[in-house]
Design a protein around this ligand. Structure first.
Ligand code: GLA
Length: 385
């Protein structure tokens, strides 16, 4: 990213004066998929690609938003913010401003320019990256940086839930706000208790595989899965006092599952309970340097997301199958919400180039267009730069 170019674009748009610059990463999730709204554990990390932003306070209550990734510019007044479809990407920053105002934080007008290098629609959470970017700008510009990162994550999630209307869990915002260089975050999404685990993959490396199948139209399916899990929880609650599906261990689930008569609903719950168990085993494996074990768990996770949770699709299944059939790949799985977007693979460092050409070729032969591969480190969370 050419930050000087971004600066000159800012001056062109908004004129000379003081500026502050920020960076907000995107994220991958190693394992623990679709359970951050079931009170489960997840194991994500922030990555080196993300959203850059420049901001300047204004003397009034006008918010001007521009992006180098979209033509659309938004000008609005922060006194009266509401979701407007034609404001498109601008609704995320507006949602964050609205939420911070509602919570009583200081905020007034700003000029903002953003530019992201996250592939579009790749499921690496460009929306949470943007939300945290704006939240941190307001934190630094108006609140002396006193708002905690966890509070910024929570209010960004709420902005996405309430203002934008996507019912996401806390994982993405938390990982992006709390990311740490070379650490995975083991997060209990019920209690928000978390631990940093060294992301030491020994002589292996993480490869992000973008199917280039955009995650469009996936939000309605996402909300549908959430509703199915709520339904399973409601049924189980008739027999055992729990707040979240992931409070059940495998034995408890196996005893209770017969109460869930609808097969689809039972499959969703089965995924949640077993995936949570896999996260516990995966974090132990990572702590003890058992990368083969971790790889196997990634494979099992994908299978469960494909067969039980049904959020993969031909593109993700093809790329993961190709990766898992490569000799020096320890394991691969989809990451994020699914229905397109990205997968992750753990690959022997010395074979990365060969892996990429092998998987790239297999993918193109079957799907008809290219996949994209990103090798990037695990990095710090949203920050001023
Ligand atoms: C999206 C959501 C997250 C999480 C994942 C699936 O990224 O934003 O909250 O539910 O999907 O694990």
């Amino acid at each position: 990213m050419d930050i000087n170019l971004l600066k000159s674009r800012f001056y062109e748009l908004y004129g000379d004066g003081d500026i502050d610059m920020f960076f907000s990463p995107s994220r991958i999730n190693l394992i623990g998929e679709h359970i951050d709204y079931n009170g489960g554990k997840v194991l994500p990390g922030a990555i080196q690609i993300g959203t850059y932003g420049i901001a300047r306070k204004r003397g009034d209550n006008i918010l001007r938003l521009a992006s180098e990734n979209f033509d659309l510019k938004v000008v609005t007044c922060i006194d009266n913010l509401r979701y407007e479809k034609e404001h498109n990407w601008g609704n995320y920053p507006k949602g964050v401003v609205h939420e911070m105002k509602t919570r009583g934080y200081n905020v007034s007008g700003m000029d903002i320019l953003v530019k992201g290098n996250i592939p579009n629609g790749a499921g690496l959470s460009s929306s949470a990256s943007l939300e945290l970017l704006i939240a941190e700008m307001i934190n630094v510009l108006f609140n002396e940086g006193n708002i905690s990162k966890i509070e910024l994550a929570k209010l960004s999630q709420r902005a996405e839930n309430q203002f934008v209307g996507v019912n996401c869990g806390i994982m993405d915002q938390f990982a992006i706000a709390m990311g740490k260089k070379n650490k995975a975050i083991l997060l209990d999404t019920d209690t928000l208790v978390y631990d940093y685990i060294d992301m030491d993959l020994k002589d292996n490396i993480l490869v992000i595989m973008n199917t280039n199948k955009r995650r469009e139209l996936s939000d309605s399916k996402y909300n549908e899965r959430r509703m199915e899990c709520d339904r399973a929880l409601e049924i189980i609650k008739g027999h055992k006092d729990i707040d979240y599906l992931c409070q059940l261990n495998i034995d408890e689930f196996e005893q209770l599952k017969t109460h869930i008569k609808e097969e689809n609903i039972r499959k969703r719950a089965e995924h949640a309970v077993y995936e949570n168990d896999r996260v516990n085993r995966a974090s132990e494996a990572l702590i003890h340097g058992e990368i083969e074990v971790l790889g196997e768990l990634l494979k099992q996770s994908h299978k469960s997301l494909r067969d039980l949770y049904e959020v993969t699709g031909i593109e993700l299944d093809t790329i993961v199958f190709a990766a898992n059939s490569y000799d020096h790949c320890l394991g691969a799985r989809m990451t994020g919400a699914g229905f397109g977007g990205c997968a992750v693979a753990i690959v022997k460092k010395t074979y990365v180039d060969d892996f990429i050409s092998y998987v790239g070729k297999a993918y193109k032969e079957k799907i008809g267009y290219d996949a994209e591969f990103i090798v990037t480190g695990i990095d710090d969370g949203t920050r001023q730069i």
